[in-house]
Design a protein around this ligand. Structure first.
Ligand code: NI
Length: 173
């Protein structure tokens, strides 16, 4: 089932999310819905607070090559174990801030651990777009958005445009 994606600014996007205590069927359904919502958008990553669930769950699939097999990933309680000193810059976007993009500098590689839907602890090192995406999504679980990396003027400009968009959507226009 596709879920509704919250748009910035929204207080639920600024909250520190709670760790998941147990991989219940509810968490399984949440992850399935989040993947469906992400692919439909379309996007390469989605965090639970973006669908209004303040729990530490994210999904992503950064396979971009046409015809390549998808690689849907679900991470419960992810944490960054190691970040490279090397950085890279990506023009980031966010499904909660549609049609706005900005360059954000982050560590080029990260090692991440998480619990899978099977309850097993997993660990993997990411680089390239995967590294940027996983850091962006983990930020969401800490109430942080990519616009928080920007200078105040650029951030305020994007936030005002989003407030205007939300008013228009609320009026049904
Ligand atoms: Ni995002």
């Amino acid at each position: 089932m596709k879920r509704h994606i919250l748009l910035h600014p929204d207080p639920r996007l600024k909250k520190l999310c709670e760790p998941v205590a147990e991989i219940s069927s509810e968490i399984g359904k949440l992850a399935e819905d989040m993947l469906e919502t992400m692919y439909d958008a379309p996007g390469i990553g989605l965090a639970a607070p973006q669908v209004g669930v303040l729990k530490r769950v994210l999904v992503m699939d950064c396979v971009k090559e046409a015809g390549a097999a998808p690689r849907p990933m679900v991470m419960v309680n992810p944490s960054v174990l190691w970040s490279s000193e090397d950085t890279s810059v990506y023009d980031e976007g966010c499904l909660s801030i549609p049609e706005h993009y900005a360059e954000v500098r982050r560590p080029a590689e990260v090692r991440v651990s998480w619990t899978g839907l099977d309850g097993k602890l997993q660990e993997e090192q990411f680089s390239g777009l995967w590294a940027t995406c996983v850091q962006h999504e983990i930020d969401h679980l800490d109430g942080k958005l990519f616009v928080d990396y920007l200078g105040p003027l650029k951030r305020q400009m994007i936030t005002r445009k989003m407030q205007k968009l939300k008013r228009e959507l609320a009026r049904g226009g």
